[in-house]
Design a protein around this ligand. Structure first.
Ligand code: CA2
Length: 145
């Protein structure tokens, strides 16, 4: 059975490539999934990308990963800065967790500087645009090799 890496995305990231290109670029989540699938295949992995605007749904998705996935790449979006529930869910997952932010949150408003998810993440990629997802997948591949 192939090893699955799940890429989770939080609120408003369904609009990626459709709004605010000056901050988030022109690529869509579908483009991200295509790029990550190619990198995953280099390591004998598969990947699946999911998005929800709802905190509890993201918690359910993380819990489901306990049964389905060998690793999680997560951009929790605004929940990064607020959600103890997502942190608690990630703490129940045994495999590698990588955190990605498209924009450089540290150059933005003060409230974006703190991440609850960073308490669990094995590594974070911040401010490298949507390319950060594929970079996370490459790191995930080497962690799982
Ligand atoms: O830089 C990131 O990846 C963020 O996680 C994006 C979040 C933001 O709240 C975090 O502080 C940093 C916002 C995601 C909103 O996504 C959009 C995408 C396209 C158009 C509008 C919003």
């Amino acid at each position: 059975m192939s090893k699955l890496v799940t890429i989770l995305n939080g609120p408003n990231l369904n609009l990626l490539g459709k709004r605010e290109p000056e901050i988030y670029g022109h690529a869509t989540l579908n483009d991200v999934e295509v790029d990550c699938t190619k990198v995953a295949a280099e390591f004998g992995l598969t990947c699946e990308l999911k998005q929800s605007n709802i905190e509890g749904e993201l918690v359910n998705m993380i819990q489901a990963c306990r049964e389905t996935s060998v690793g999680i790449i997560i951009n929790p979006a605004a929940y990064t800065h607020t959600s103890v529930a997502i942190l608690d869910a990630l703490n129940t997952f045994d495999g590698p967790v990588l955190e990605i932010h498209i924009s450089n949150v540290h150059k933005r408003e003060e409230f974006r500087h703190h991440s609850f998810v960073s308490k669990r993440a094995d590594a974070s990629i911040i401010g490298m645009g949507v390319e950060g997802y594929a970079l996370c997948m490459r790191h995930m591949g080497s962690l799982l090799s």
